[in-house]
Ligand binder design. Structure first.
Ligand code: FAD
Length: 380
């Protein structure tokens, strides 16, 4: 850790998950001086728990699909080019887990530009009859990254500061975080407490558990069904994940039942294929941070008090152009990627770099301020 008299940075990033690390990597490559802070270490939050599949989102047409399609293509290119040692490329079999999802898979097939083919015979022999009866799509190319490894590699050469940020101070056009100073601040703190009064930001934490196992069964492709079952960058290790629990939160003080989570994962995996001689070797748990409308967030944050003071009638539903809101200066939030943080991170980091280094505006669809008017109306 660099010490004492610290020279000013261009950007301070709080949170060293995939969003913070990928942003740090991209901004540093663009020639900016970057400080990266985390209270626990690199990839210690949701990112460290991730299965980290770079899979397309099987969804119907719309804004979300357009963004996810672009992000998926950019992510495949980004990880295979820049971090090949942490990226395993394998075919991907996506099997629907309900009739509704089956419909999405069928319509996705008609629209996608991704190459897909029939399920090879050897994989048909491996997969259960129940799974084979469901609509599915077999992509020739899928990928999974080593979550911890890739985040650590991205942070290499970046000044890293391990401490918990308690307060954000902005004076004379500069953000002061502990001893650090920078013009720009990036908040990539996932599902952790927000550090600012921004209750309008529609986020929720979704707890997830995945496991790494040893098994004598060879798994030749990435398989998404009730859970994901996949080879990993570690020879002989198969990953199974993940649970989706909207009720449990590590911030509630409750103890998480690891055995119950393991049972759930193995039971769901057994519906897709038979895994022999299983030995669980690692558990990973963490919170995904999902936005209420499923779109990720990248953009400035509204200063709610200042904006309500300027436009009190927002409380009564008055419509004000978002460019009139008061924003925290030179502060950008990246959040809300839900279960697609690794897919979205290169896409978001690239747009963040274009915004900070090239002063390009960010697509307003991604702005966290999209949640502000509705929240403001409830404050009357
Ligand atoms: C079980 C599981 C499986 C998943 N599988 C996939 C997958 O297959 N593919 C995919 O693309 N995504 C997957 N995800 C989702 C992905 O992991 C998340 O979208 C991603 O981790 C979000 O990254 P982040 O950087 O925004 O947040 P996080 O990784 O949570 O990072 C936030 C960081 O901020 C730090 N922090 C917070 N507050 C402070 C503070 N005050 N001071 C200092 N540091 C602070 C925390 O310590 C933490 O390290 C999965 C997630 C889980 C939990």
């Amino acid at each position: 850790m660099p010490t004492s008299k610290i020279s000013p940075y261009d950007v301070i990033i709080i949170g060293a998950g995939i969003n913070g690390c990928c942003s740090a990597y991209t901004l540093h490559k663009a020639g900016l001086r970057v400080a990266l802070i985390d209270q626990e270490g690199i990839a210690s939050g949701g990112s460290g728990a991730a299965g980290a599949f770079i899979s397309p989102k099987i969804s119907k047409a719309g804004e979300l699909k357009e963004i996810m399609t672009k992000a998926h293509a950019e992510a495949l290119e980004f990880y295979t080019t820049n971090f090949p040692h942490f990226t395993l490329v394998k075919p991907l079999l996506h099997i629907s887990n309900s009739p509704e999802e089956g419909e999405k898979v069928e319509s996705f097939k008609h629209e996608t530009h991704l190459k897909y083919s029939n399920i090879p015979h050897k994989i048909q022999l491996l997969v259960s009859d129940e799974a084979l009866r469901m609509p599915s799509i077999y992509f020739d190319i899928g990928a999974v990254v080593d979550a911890q490894g890739v985040c650590t590699a991205m942070a290499e050469g970046i000044d890293f500061y391990p401490f918990k940020v308690e307060r954000l101070i902005h004076t004379d056009g500069v953000w002061e975080i502990g001893d650090l100073r920078a013009k720009h601040l990036v908040l990539s703190i996932g599902a952790y407490p927000k550090l600012l009064p921004i209750d309008y930001v529609g986020l929720r934490g979704i707890w997830g558990h995945r496991i790494d196992i040893e098994t004598s069964t060879h798994v030749p492709c990435i398989l998404h069904h009730h859970v994901s079952i996949s080879p990993t960058t570690k020879e002989g290790i198969v990953a199974i994940g993940a649970t989706h629990d909207v009720h449990y939160s590590p911030f509630s003080g409750d103890v998480y039942d690891v055995e119950q989570g393991r049972d759930m994962l193995l039971t769901k995996a057994s519906k897709s294929l038979k895994l022999n001689n299983i030995n669980i070797i690692n558990d990973y748990t963490g919170l995904r941070s999902g936005s209420n409308d499923y779109l990720p967030m990248l953009g400035s944050l509204v200063d709610a008090d200042a904006t309500l003071q300027k436009y009190p009638h927002l409380r009564h539903g008055e419509r004000i152009d978002p460019s009139e809101y008061t924003y925290y200066p030179n502060l950008t939030m990246i959040n809300g990627s839900g279960g697609y943080g690794f897919v979205l991170a290169p896409y978001l980091a690239k747009r963040l770099k274009e915004h900070i280094a090239e002063e390009k505006s960010i697509n307003p669809i991604l702005s966290p301020s999209r949640f502000f008017p509705r929240w403001a109306k409830r404050q009357s």
